[in-house]
Ligand binder design. Structure first.
Ligand code: PLP
Length: 384
């Protein structure tokens, strides 16, 4: 199988991730922070090290400002629901994932909040001028992705962070499509809340993610219960990360995330990002040459390893199915949990095909993919 569905979750995971995680699972995986025996202590150590490595990767001062979640959606929900109050205004964009849009629209259905949906520039990016032009006296938060999941363009979050800082507005970043492939520095970029999945480009297992929130941002628990700490108290702890980490943690997943981050550090974020960017551009240039193929990803300098396109006249889910069944190539058709982005691009009816790359993809796979698209296109021309 040629796996080009890495924006959904990465595959394969690096050998070091699976081998070291399974070894931990077989020898010392117990419940962290609950008991005082050696295996529990070892499990707590793995959780601590993962928090520490996340802090290092994103230049977070205090690792205890990071709480583990089961995915990026949970992290985004916590960030949004903890901070938006009655009469607040929030700025986001039409290119954001439903885990932002649905959370915002849900609050709007219950509270009087106002949402501004920004349209991107022609190069499918959101920049500081979009933000500055839309700030109101009651603007509480800017909620944006770093790279969008439809076409893989990056936003200049450093410049946006300068604006949110200037106006004292919370800046929440969804790093689902960028963490591990482009540097993020929460201090330099003035990010107040950072959310990321562990299972995509951080190369951990599914069931992992995290939220970081600084002292300006609030975090409210979604679950109440045992944390292994303050056990004489009937109230949920007020401190991070205990406040958010109710119940037994996904220790195996967290260990895999730790190994994923270690692997990324050993290869280098810049090298991973550059490889995916080069491969994405190679595929785009080849697809553009095929008559009757529409490419939606613009040829920006830097892309997050995503190439989106349609074969004109063919349904995207049908093409994704043919690529899978006939050519053994995994891609994603349809709407990618991003209805507003597809509406903006005029592809709400048809969807499109998203080929999303990881460090483990190569030119040879790209060439096979391009020739498969060409064959599907010519078969459709011949009506076969
Ligand atoms: C931009 C973006 N944000 C958030 C998410 C949600 O991530 P998760 O599936 O880990 O909840 C995704 C998932 O594809 C995404 O692409």
């Amino acid at each position: 199988m040629i796996y080009f569905d890495n924006s959904a979750t990465t595959f394969p995971k690096p050998e070091e991730v699976t081998a070291n995680t399974f070894s931990f699972l077989k020898t010392s995986c117990a419940n962290p922070g609950r008991s005082a025996h050696k295996m529990s202590i070892e499990s707590s150590r793995q959780v601590f090290e993962c928090r520490f490595e996340i802090a290092n990767m994103f230049n977070i001062n205090d690792p205890t400002d990071i709480a583990f979640t089961k995915n990026c959606s949970e992290a985004l929900n916590i960030g949004i629901f903890s901070n938006l109050e009655e009469n607040d205004h929030v700025i986001t964009s039409v290119l954001e994932h439903n885990s932002i849009i649905r959370a915002l629209e849900h609050i709007k259905s219950e509270k009087n909040i106002e949402i501004t949906y920004l349209n991107p520039d022609e190069d499918m990016t959101i920049t500081d001028h979009h933000i500055e032009n839309n700030i109101k006296p009651n603007t509480k938060m800017v909620v944006l992705g770093h790279a969008n999941n439809l076409v893989g363009t990056f936003y200049d979050i450093e410049k946006i962070g300068q604006i949110t800082k200037k106006y004292n507005i919370l800046f929440m970043v969804d790093a689902a499509q960028s963490a591990g492939k482009k540097n993020i520095d929460v201090q330099k970029m003035n990010i107040d809340i950072l959310c990321a999945p562990g299972h995509k480009s951080l190369y951990g297992f599914t069931g992992t993610g995290f939220i970081y929130a600084n002292e300006q941002a609030k975090v409210k628990p979604v679950l109440y219960g045992g944390t292994g700490s303050f056990s004489d108290d009937i109230y949920q702890p007020e401190i991070m990360p205990d406040k958010l980490e109710t119940g037994t943690l996904n220790v195996v997943g967290i260990k895999s995330l730790l190994e994923g981050i270690r692997w990324i550090n050993s290869v280098g974020i810049d090298i991973i990002g550059a490889k995916e960017n080069a491969l994405a551009k190679y595929i785009i240039r080849k697809l553009i040459e095929i008559e009757g193929v529409t490419v939606y990803t613009p040829l920006n300098d830097e892309l997050a390893g995503i190439v989106s396109f349609n074969i004109d006249g063919l349904d995207s889910s049908f093409v994704a199915g043919v690529l899978d069944l006939k050519y053994d190539i995994a891609v994603r058709g349809g709407l990618h949990c991003n209805p507003l982005g597809h509406r903006y691009l005029g592809t709400l009816e048809s969807g499109f095909i998203r080929a999303s790359l990881s460090y483990f993809n190569n030119m040879n796979e790209a060439d096979k993919f391009i020739s498969a698209v060409k064959s599907i296109k010519s078969s459709s021309d011949l009506n076969i």
